[in-house]
Design a binder for this molecule. Structure first.
Ligand SMILES: Cc1cc2nc3c(=O)[nH]c(=O)nc-3n(C[C@H](O)[C@H](O)[C@H](O)COP(=O)(O)OP(=O)(O)OC[C@H]3O[C@@H](n4cnc5c(N)ncnc54)[C@H](O)[C@@H]3O)c2cc1C
Length: 332
C-alpha cells in the first residue's frame, strides 16, 4: 500500500551492501529508531553502519500520522493504569525530551519538514473518557505541562505538541547521519544477528555492538517480547479549507490493539485557520467506531455529514483517497 508521505519525496536509492565489513556499531533497520541512533552515534564520533531491508522510512516511520505528541497513545491516566504512575511519567518525560530533540535537530540541520507546533487536541468520546482526560490534564499540570481544558467540548488542548512530515524529516536526518560519518545500505536484509555480528544475504558486518531497530519485525531476528499490531492511515485530497486547527485524537483511550479504532484527525491543508474552540466544537465528539475498520489507528481529514442524537456522522472524500498501512509494535 502506498503512503502519501512517501509519494511526495523521491527515494534516496542507496546501494545495497555486497561486501563484508567492520563497524563500531551495526544498526539493523532504517526507521526513526535506527536512523536517530546512527545520527547521534555518528555525531559522537562513532562509525555506525545501518542495514535496511527496504529503504529509509519505508515502514511505520514513513506511514504514520506525523504527530509529535508527548506521552503514549493513551491519555496519561490510562497510561498510569497500564504502566504504573512512575513508569508512565518516565515515558512522558522521555517523549517530551524527544520533542525538544526534534526541535533542536530541525534547527541545527535546517530540515524542511513542515514542522508546526500548534498543539494537539485530546477529545473524549464518552463520560468515562472525559473523566480520564480531565484527570490527566490536572495531573500533568503539576509537571508544568501547558494544557487547556475545554469542558463544553470535552477536549484537552496540549499546547506544546506538534506535527511534521515524517518522511521529509527522516530522509533529511539520514542525510545528516551520513554527513556525520554513518553508512547506510538499502535493500540489505539482515538474516541473523549476534551481539557482535550481522549476517545479510550477501555479506557479514562485524561490530562492537549490534542494535536491532526493526520494530514489528523483531521476532524474526531476536527473541523479544515485541508484538506487531496493525495501524493504518487514511488521507484525502486537500479539502481547501482548514477543518481542524491541530492534530486531534478522539476516543484514544481505545488504545492500540483494541477492536474499535482510535481516530486521529489532521488539520486540512489550506484555508484560514479558525479559533481553536470553534474548530474543536465543529468536530463534535466523533467516536472511533464510526469507521468500520480493524485498524488500531486511523488518520483522516473528515467532514461531518449529519448529526443524530448528539453524535456526528463522518464521511471521507474518496477522490484520490489513499491508505497507507504500516506495522508498528507494542511491547507486552
Ligand atoms: C498508521 C500509523 C500511524 C502512526 N502515527 C504516529 C504518530 O502520529 N506519531 C508517532 O509518534 N507515532 C506514530 N506511529 C508509530 C510510529 O510510526 C512508530 O512507532 C515508529 O515509526 C517506529 O519506528 P521504528 O524505527 O522503530 O520502526 P519502523 O519505521 O517500522 O522501521 C523498521 C525498519 O526495519 C526494517 N527491517 C525490518 N526487518 C529487517 C531486517 N531483517 N533487516 C534489515 N532491515 C529490516 C524495515 O524495513 C523498516 O524500515 C504510527 C504508526 C502507524 C503504523
Amino acid at each position: 500500500m502506498t503512503s502519501i508521505w512517501l509519494d511526495e519525496v523521491a527515494p534516496d536509492n542507496r546501494r545495497a551492501l555486497e561486501e563484508n565489513m567492520t563497524a563500531d556499531v551495526a544498526i539493523v533497520g532504517a526507521g526513526i529508531a535506527g536512523i536517530a541512533t546512527a545520527y547521534h552515534l555518528a555525531r559522537a564520533g562513532a562509525k555506525p553502519v545501518v542495514l535496511e531491508a527496504r529503504t529509509v522510512a519505508d515502514a511505520a516511520s514513513g506511514r504514520n500520522a506525523g504527530f509529535l505528541l508527548a506521552g503514549v497513545a493513551e491519555n496519561f491516566v490510562a497510561a498510569t493504569r497500564r504502566y504504573g504512575e512512575a513508569r508512565a511519567l518516565r515515558i512522558w518525560r522521555f517523549t517530551r525530551h524527544n520533542q525538544d530533540l526534534v526541535r533542536e535537530i530541525v534547527a541545527r540541520e535546517g530540515i524542511a519538514c513542515d514542522l508546526a507546533w500548534n498543539g494537539s487536541a485530546q477529545i473524549a468520546g464518552d463520560d468515562e473518557e472525559w473523566t480520564d482526560v480531565r484527570e490527566s490534564a490536572d495531573r500533568l499540570r503539576k509537571e508544568s505541562v501547558r494544557v487547556l481544558l475545554v469542558p463544553e467540548e470535552r477536549a484537552a488542548i496540549y499546547e506544546d505538541d506538534g506535527e511534521f512530515h515524517p518522511v521529509r524529516y527522516l530522509r533529511a536526518l539520514a542525510g545528516a547521519a551520513v554527513a556525520a560519518g554513518a553508512r547506510i545500505y538499502d535493500r540489505t536484509r539482515a538474516i541473523a544477528v549476534t551481539t557482535s555480528e550481522v549476517r545479510t544475504e550477501r555479506a557479514r558486518v562485524r561490530a562492537s555492538v549490534v542494535v536491532v531497530c526493526v520494530n514489528a519485525y523483531s521476532q524474526h531476528l531476536v527473541p523479544l517480547r515485541v508484538r506487531p499490531v496493525r495501524g493504518q492511515m487514511l488521507a484525502t485530497a486537500p479539502v481547501g479549507r482548514r477543518v481542524f486547527e491541530r492534530p486531534a485524537y478522539a476516543n484514544r483511550a481505545t488504545g492500540i490493539g483494541a477492536s474499535a479504532p482510535t481516530v486521529v484527525f489532521s488539520p486540512a491543508d489550506g484555508g484560514t485557520p479558525r479559533p481553536t474552540k470553534k474548530s474543536v466544537k465543529r468536530s463534535g465528539r466523533p467516536r472511533g467506531s464510526r469507521i468500520s475498520s480493524s485498524a488500531s489507528s486511523v488518520s483522516a481529514v473528515p467532514r461531518r455529514t449529519s448529526r443524530t442524537a448528539g453524535r456526528a456522522s463522518w464521511a471521507f472524500r474518496t477522490t484520490r483517497c489513499r491508505t497507507s498501512a504500516g506495522s508498528t509494535a507494542e511491547c507486552s
